[in-house]
Write a protein of this length. Structure first.
Length: 318
């Protein structure tokens, strides 16, 4: 059964009526309802187009967090063949919040990093809702070091509310692990691309998104802090999250205008969760185009391009 967001209620009502008519028609309890079904379906599609053409930053935040939105494993299973996951940071333990390994993308060997939230209670607990601990970032560094050694491009799927803020994570050096992962991204001599497929939260995202090309899905968000936490700090009132989302400029459209990201992948009407195959295919096309563009550059050129990209953001927006 489809899950609707609060602002999608007009669409939910219309699609609910369509389902009722279809059930009546299948049971032989109604005749000549095809025209009414078609009329309601058209009305629902128009309502969906109208709603998604004027989403507020807060509504985009809700879409980015939609539980049915495709997650990193969906992209990996669809786009990557011969995927071989690697586990553990060789220092403490395995962290399932970050999926890491090697595979083939349209005939080319690549390294894959993906923050995975899970799609039901069991998998969400296993993946810690996509919030990585230090060992997750140290695993990411291990994979990037291997990729760099064997001249293999790195692709990252970003989807996290932020790094895990627990006491144990802080005791094991969360900040240091994030910093080293970010530094590893900057120092790679191979092309790297990151796609923000849902939430790009704070240092938890930056640790694997400091890349030559940063891409966002149309209704994803990328921010230094969650709107709720930002509202708590700015106004000491988490209920003002909508105000924070607007003022923080966290949408793909805002970030593109500032030059923080390089490309926006258009989502189907109604969001990525309504047509997962389409948005995953578009992400694949973006990856292919970027790898083709960067593939002929030397290690020094890739490092220079990446360095200048982030220094420019600091100079222009700092």
């Amino acid at each position: 059964m489809r899950s609707y967001l609060e602002f999608e209620k007009p669409v939910a009502d219309l699609e609910g009526k369509v389902q009722e008519l279809k059930i009546l028609a299948e049971g032989g309890e109604a005749v000549n309802v095809e025209d009414e079904i078609a009329r309601l379906q058209e009305k629902a599609e128009q309502a969906l187009r109208d709603i998604y053409s004027r989403l507020t930053p807060w509504q985009k935040t809700l879409v980015a967090r939609h539980p049915d939105r495709p997650h990193s494993l969906d992209y990996i299973k669809t786009l990557i063949t011969d995927f071989t996951p690697l586990a553990g940071d060789r220092k403490f333990s395995e962290d399932c919040a970050i999926i890491a390994g090697f595979g083939r993308f349209r005939g080319q060997s690549i390294a894959i990093l993906g923050q995975e939230k899970g799609n039901d209670t069991e998998s969400r607990l296993k993946h810690n809702f996509g919030m990585a601990r230090p060992e997750g970032y140290r695993k990411a560094v291990r994979i990037m070091e291997l990729a760099n050694r064997f001249n293999i491009p790195v692709v990252s799927f970003v989807d996290t509310a932020g790094a895990y803020p627990g006491i144990g994570a802080e005791e094991r050096g969360q900040a240091e692990a994030i910093a080293r992962s970010t530094d590893m991204c900057l120092g790679l001599g191979v092309p790297n691309i990151s796609i923000i497929i849902g939430e790009g939260g704070s240092g938890g995202a930056i640790a694997i998104a400091t890349t030559n090309q940063v891409v966002m899905l149309e209704h994803s968000i990328y921010s230094v802090i969650s709107p709720e936490a930002g509202a708590s700090i700015l106004w000491r009132d988490s209920t003002r999250a909508q105000d924070a989302a607007t003022n923080m400029k966290i949408t793909a459209q805002d970030l593109s205008s500032f030059g923080v990201i390089d490309e926006i992948i258009k989502e189907p009407i109604g969001g990525a969760h309504r047509a997962k195959e389409i948005v995953i295919d578009r992400a694949g096309s973006a990856i292919e185009a970027t790898l083709s563009k960067l593939g002929g550059q030397s290690a020094d050129d890739l490092k220079k391009q990446r360095r200048e990209k982030f220094l420019r953001i600091g100079r222009e927006l700092g």
